[in-house]
Design a protein. Structure first.
Length: 212
């Protein structure tokens, strides 16, 4: 056998091995690819269904739903691109002028929203099974059953790349600074700086983010 034939045979063997590896990789990745596709399909169906029901809902590219999404109310709900929904998410609005704005590449895992004015969530956030509200819903005055009793309403802002843990509460007039982490069960009221770990009730920024 000539040297050229040997080289050609080795090339064919290498090509066949590469093709076999590609096939095996496709088989291996098929469950995740199917899941991704199902999430896209479910996201599209939600967008279509909400439009048919007259909700003011928009979502960007590659919107994926692996849990359940329920809308309620007359306000506007805006999701950016690459938003993923897990568990049971409820972005509820309670006034026509209410706006819930979710940035790009945000993960929502069972998050509950109550909005009368505005709630904004920056890009790349992770929100667990937390409660985020821009209103107290009831007056804190003693005459709270009276129609004249004032109810606090103030915007909530969660900046980019924030992680909000499970059972946390983000209350009216709260800002969570960029990159910060809100710990399990924390109750946040007021302004919090970026790059901090927030814990407790009331929530306190107690530690900087680890650097390594």
């Amino acid at each position: 056998m000539t040297e050229a034939a040997v080289v050609a045979g080795q090339g064919c063997a290498a090509s066949a091995a590469a093709d076999s590896y590609a096939v095996l990789r496709q088989v291996r990745d098929r469950p995740s690819a199917m899941r991704y596709g199902m999430g896209l399909l479910k996201g599209w169906l939600y967008k279509f269904w909400f439009r048919m029901l007259g909700y003011r809902f928009t979502a960007g590219a590659r919107f994926r739903v692996y849990g359940k999404l329920r809308l309620n109310g007359p306000g506007q709900v805006i999701f950016g691109s690459d938003v993923i929904v897990y568990d049971y998410v409820t972005p509820w609005t309670h006034a026509p002028e209410a706006r819930i704005v979710i940035g790009d590449n945000v993960i929502l895992g069972g998050t509950r929203f109550g909005c009368v004015q505005e709630i904004t969530v920056g890009d790349n956030c992770i929100l667990a099974d937390a409660r985020i509200m821009d209103t107290d819903f009831h007056s804190v005055r003693a005459d709270r059953r009276s129609r004249e009793a004032p109810v606090r309403v103030a915007p909530v802002r969660i900046e980019e790349n924030v992680w909000v843990g499970a059972a946390a509460a983000i209350l009216p007039d709260t800002t969570i600074g960029k990159n910060s982490v809100v710990g399990f069960g924390a109750v946040c009221m007021g302004r919090y700086p970026p790059d901090k770990i927030i814990i407790g009730n009331p929530g306190r920024a107690v530690l900087p983010l680890p650097t390594a």
